[in-house]
Design a protein around this ligand. Structure first.
Ligand code: SAM
Length: 303
């Protein structure tokens, strides 16, 4: 399968489709997050003097690193002073906006890019419950949590579908960075071209629906869930949000604004499907707009 075979499925819902296709063929920019839980930002920047860093306008701790080959072996990375993280992947936690007093659930947490980012924004205070069902991936989560010096996390390993029954109405904020068909990872690796398929998209959509229902049950009234994927398929994005809205009259979708970062609205129609009008409040991050990976983000509350 070629890049064109895969993404032409989305031509009608992606504005500036040619630009989108062109940028997908370019390698992903390397970006990092400074981990101020471990070291002062200025000190980290001094340590990285030999690298050309460009600060991200929308996030104080995010940088594009222009000559970053070897950064994975640099001592700042080995010691957890920096975390290598794709630019768009930093956005869900920024929108979640966790505060030091919040009780937070990271439902699908490994390898921990976003768990560690959440803890940093919470100043290592209060509590994050970080869950990962896959035992092998759990070890990468444990490694990163230790490396980045998190003290406010509790790690668990259960199917995310169960948490809503175990801890109903418990969390102030929940991140559901869902397992997905990962169509947006193409700039990093071409692997997706070998295992992409409609059946997989449908399977992922079923899993995501189970997870979002569980997350919604676990959310306190007035709390916030951020649902995110790194895929383009509407079945895994607006389709999942539409399912939630149909199932729970008390679910609402809130608008998302990120300063200095261009986003597009969610789509209401896809093939023969019409989604709830409120999915327009979700955002689609398209690669050509900010030179990132594509992402989908929804901000949900419980009335
Ligand atoms: N949030 C992570 C980060 O930023 O580092 C990435 C999460 S990745 C997109 C999705 C994760 O969900 C995978 O690690 C996968 O093993 C996990 N997962 C898959 N099915 C799950 C389930 N039923 N319950 C909980 N986690 C699940």
């Amino acid at each position: 399968m070629t890049i064109e075979d895969l993404y032409s499925r989305y031509e009608e819902i992606i504005p500036d489709f040619k630009e989108f296709m062109n940028i997908l063929q370019k390698p992903q920019r390397l970006s990092i997050r400074s981990n101020t839980l471990k070291c002062k930002r200025e000190t980290i920047l001094n340590f990285l003097n030999d690298f050309k860093l460009k600060p991200l306008r929308f996030y104080n701790d995010g940088y594009v690193i222009e000559n970053g080959s070897g950064i994975g072996n640099h001592f700042t990375h080995q010691l957890g002073y920096i975390y290598i993280q794709e630019i768009a992947s930093m956005i869900p936690v920024i929108v979640l906006d966790p505060k030091p007093e919040d009780i937070v659930l990271d439902l699908c947490a490994a390898p921990g890019s976003k768990t560690t980012q959440i803890s940093q924004l919470m100043g290592n205070k209060s509590l994050i419950v970080a869950n990962e069902v896959d035992y092998k991936r759990l070890s990468s989560l444990i490694h990163n949590v230790k490396k980045c010096s998190l003290f406010n996390e509790s790690l668990i390993s259960i199917p995310g579908e169960k948490i809503g029954d175990i801890l109903p109405n418990y969390f102030d904020k929940i991140l559901l960075d869902a397992p997905c068909s990962a169509e947006g990872t193409i700039r990093k690796s071409k692997k997706i071209l070998y295992h992409w398929g409609i059946k997989n998209i449908q399977k992922m959509s079923r899993i995501q629906k189970g997870l979002i229902v569980s997350a919604f049950r676990a959310l306190k009234p007035g709390g916030i869930i951020i649902y995110s994927t790194c895929t383009i398929a509407p079945e895994e994005n607006e389709g999942v949000i539409d399912y939630l809205l149909n199932k729970f009259p008390e679910a609402e979708i809130l608008p998302i604004n990120i300063n200095d970062f261009k986003c597009r609205s969610g789509i209401n129609q896809w093939q023969k499907m019409n989604y709830d009008a409120r999915v327009k409040n979700c955002v689609r991050i398209l690669s050509q707009d900010n030179d990132t990976a594509p992402f989908f983000i929804a901000k949900i509350t419980k009335l």
